[in-house]
Ligand binder design. Structure first.
Ligand SMILES: Cc1cc2nc3c(=O)[nH]c(=O)nc-3n(C[C@H](O)[C@H](O)[C@H](O)COP(=O)(O)O)c2cc1C
Length: 412
């Protein structure tokens, strides 16, 4: 049995799809899992506590302020005594509460108090799902590390058609199996060497439009910057990650903002300051196309397009040069294909930053887009070279180094 011994805390929200949660309980128990059910007040309008308890073979938890329930198992213990928290159906209301950290009933309090991964199976009317407020909440929940199963497209109970249907119980089971296969405990942020510190990190490439459908990009994958964001969050920092277009997932526990051009990235960085540390990992395009077309350029254009370039803002120099809100540590990356250390020393002085992480991105190194990196830490006090490491390990070491530097008062 695929889920033998796994403990699932199942929160059933107030939607028509609540009836499918009954089948979900059955399917989970068939696979060896135990299911501790929680029913919201609205959920109780759709399925009865008696049906839920009978199928789960466990009492249903409904009330935050019930003396008997709290005596049997307190809400904090309830939120932790599981391998995974599943919300099915996840209503728009439950997701909004969780995205904003509200805790005004048992279900939302459990979602805030848990140290376990949360998997949500949204179910709602298509307009509710597509509403910008719901989209914002889903993005926030994803940034907080919440996993999602669905929703699916299809005809709804209300007669409309589109995305918002809860996926079938067996699809939720498959997502649960996947979720419990990895680590299910979320590390506690707010503790660790960077607790109480705010870090702003840029990552990935930028895209500079040529016309509405074409752009100039570079080979940066965002892997190193995202790994640093993840490591900083694990070290307890409040992390804002400003990411250019990448195909990797947003790191858990990090506030990620997506941008496209260098100028968008600068605006997002400015809006995210002040911070204790700024790390410019992004491969920001040096130039943008000044005469970008407002319409798609046609192939028939005689002689082909002639592009004129304008210099993009230098985000690293801009942050390091801030008079009022300069971060205590400003760290830049220097991706070079030759004279790596000499260029990095020049960049350190020119841009007035505290540390440059230099790496050789010649194609034969496989660094750009690859999973490993060999870096040199260049500061006023000298050069420290690290061996070839996984980008995650580079991130962990860098975060530890920066935490030490901050403790000593700043400059490298
Ligand atoms: C008949 C009916 C069906 C509903 N179906 C849904 C639904 O599928 N998804 C949803 O998000 N809200 C739905 N709602 C609205 C929720 O029940 C309402 O927002 C409630 O406050 C959600 O409570 P909860 O946070 O406990 O889930 C429905 C309401 C009614 C009256």
């Amino acid at each position: 049995m695929t889920l033998t011994g796994k403990r699932i805390l199942l929160i059933i929200g107030g939607g028509i799809a609540a009836y499918k949660a009954l089948d979900l309980i059955r399917r989970l128990r068939e696979r060896g899992a135990s299911v501790r059910p929680v029913l919201t007040a609205a959920g109780k309008q759709f399925v009865t506590p008696l049906s839920v308890a009978s199928l789960a073979g466990m009492p249903v938890h409904e009330d935050l302020f019930s003396l008997t329930e709290e005596e049997e198992m307190g809400h904090i213990e309830l939120s932790r005594a599981a391998d995974l928290v599943v919300v099915a159906p996840a209503t728009a209301d439950l997701m909004a509460k969780a995205a904003h950290g509200l805790a005004n009933d048992l279900a939302s309090t459990l979602l805030l108090a848990t140290d376990k991964k949360v998997l949500m199976a949204p179910a709602m009317n298509v307009r509710m799902w597509l509403h910008p407020a719901t989209a914002r909440n889903v993005a926030q929940l994803q940034a907080d590390g919440v996993l999602f199963a669905g929703p699916a497209d299809g005809e709804m109970a209300c007669g409309e058609f589109g995305p918002g249907r809860m996926v079938e119980p067996l699809d939720i089971v498959a997502a649960i199996e996947k979720a419990v296969a990895g680590s299910t405990t979320i590390p506690l942020t707010g503790y660790g060497p960077l607790a109480g510190r705010k870090i702003v990190i840029t990552s990935g490439p930028t895209h500079e439009p040529i016309d509405p459908v074409r752009y100039i990009a570079n080979r940066s994958s965002g892997k190193q910057g995202h790994a640093i964001a993840q490591a900083a969050a694990r070290a307890g920092a409040q992390v804002v990650l400003i990411s250019g277009p990448v195909s990797i997932a947003d790191p858990a526990g990090v506030q990620t903002r997506h941008v496209e051009t260098a100028r968008d990235m600068l605006a997002a960085v400015e809006a995210s300051l002040p911070a204790d540390i700024f790390i410019g990992t992004a491969a920001v395009a040096d130039w943008r196309v000044e005469n970008a077309g407002s319409q798609k350029m046609k192939k028939s254009l005689s002689g082909g397009p002639v592009l004129q370039f304008a210099e993009n803002p230098d985000i690293l120099a801009h942050v390091a040069g801030q008079a009022v809100q300069r971060p205590k540590l400003v760290v830049g990356f220097a991706a070079e294909t030759q004279n790596v250390i000499a260029y990095a020393q020049d960049k350190l002085a020119r841009k007035k930053c505290d540390l440059i992480i230099a790496n050789d991105v010649s194609p034969e190194t496989g660094v750009m887009g690859g999973s490993k990196n060999e870096v040199h830490l260049v500061s006023k006090s000298g050069v420290e070279s690290w061996p070839l490491l996984d980008k995650e390990e580079v991130a962990r070491r860098l975060v530890a180094t920066l935490a030490d530097l901050l403790k000593k008062g700043g400059a490298a």
